[in-house]
Design a protein around this ligand. Sequence first.
Ligand SMILES: Cc1cc2nc3c(=O)[nH]c(=O)nc-3n(C[C@H](O)[C@H](O)[C@H](O)COP(=O)(O)OP(=O)(O)OC[C@H]3O[C@@H](n4cnc5c(N)ncnc54)[C@H](O)[C@@H]3O)c2cc1C
Length: 396
Amino acid sequence: MTYDVVIVGAGVAGCTAAILYGRAGLRVAIIEKHRTISTHKVLCGHFVLGGTQPMLRRTGLWEAMVDAGAAVGDIARWTTAGWFVPEPGLPECISLRREKLDPLLRTIAAGTPGVDLVLGRTVTGLLESGGRITGVRVGDEEIQARLVVGADGHRSPVAQLAGVPEDVAPNERFGLWAYYRGVVPRGPAASQIWSLDPDVGILVRTDHDLHMLVAFPAKARLAEFQADRAGALERFMACLPDAPDLSSAERVSKVIGTNDYPCVRRDPAPRPGLVLVGDAAITGDPTPAVGCGWAFRAAEWLVESTAPALLDSGDLEAGVAAYRQALEFIVEHDRIGRRDALARPANPVQKLVTKAAYRDRELARRVYLFSMRAIPAAGLVSARTLLRAVWGAIRP
Ligand SMILES: Cc1cc2nc3c(=O)[nH]c(=O)nc-3n(C[C@H](O)[C@H](O)[C@H](O)COP(=O)(O)OP(=O)(O)OC[C@H]3O[C@@H](n4cnc5c(N)ncnc54)[C@H](O)[C@@H]3O)c2cc1C
């Protein structure tokens, strides 16, 4: 069988790319190893930051998620300087549990003209001709395509089959969470994040009136959380400033988590005819909740960059180069994310900026847009910010 594009993995990145390639008029096969449309990623906090809102609205996915019950709202951040509450009008976040999101995206992909969603098939090999990847092997079957997209998550079997080297960086926090009904937040926004330096606590309002209680402590505290994970999680949350009221809350899920989740980057265009998107290209630290948003946005950049060449048999390599360039937005943020993942106490510059932002509305706005991944990393991490923070500290 021959397609314009074959996508491996029907997660956030794969489904989004399939939907957008299909809408562009291309023939797409999207292959997913899980047999049912409802099998979903469990290890994911699914809090999608405000920087992804414009893309989700452009593509109609925002409305589809809201119709499926997604919770929409701001997130307030607690630091030692106090609460930072976003001013009205800044892009909101959205949260829909993966058990709802994954089937939704797969259903939209399967209903998009030109897209064949193939469930219950695992890609086991890559086809190659003249140094170019020309398709995938699924058991005995060969599927040819002009472009192969590895959207197969952080372990990326496709990248492994292609021998793509990995750039791995440590993550010195571990993470765990559970879903609760009946939580009463006491902080100033729908969702809240506590930057405790180095531990991080998060309260996320999500679909169907549920809240997620999330802890990302430094690994030094791992032993404390081993024996009774639910109890440790609840004790952690109870110690937070303006901690949510859990007195009437009921835990409705098991505790989910990971003790070690390193950051991984791979070349997003490692071989002619092959590109990687989503976690397969960049798996960041989960603490700042960036991965789903990056997967949505990178899929859109991939399609915008490569669909024109695929449609008119144009210069695909130029399109792939444009995709690589667009991904620099994520890479720049990921460089900073990797430093934060080391769970070291804030350095003097970070402390200065945080303190200054508390008194300076424009700086506070920039810090929020940065944390929402709504502006390039250089929009905050710059000499301009430092000068503004110093001026804020010394002015009468
Ligand atoms: C602890 C934790 C918390 C997180 N919390 C958040 C959060 O709050 N907000 C946020 O935005 N992000 C969060 N993330 C990150 C987010 O989960 C990922 O970034 C996101 O799922 C990446 O999407 P993806 O489509 O690239 O990969 P995935 O969603 O992992 O999808 C990959 C798909 O490929 C399929 N596949 C794999 N191999 C094959 C094969 N050989 N053949 C066929 N199919 C295959 C898989 O079955 C899967 O369906 C979190 C991650 C972790 C670990």
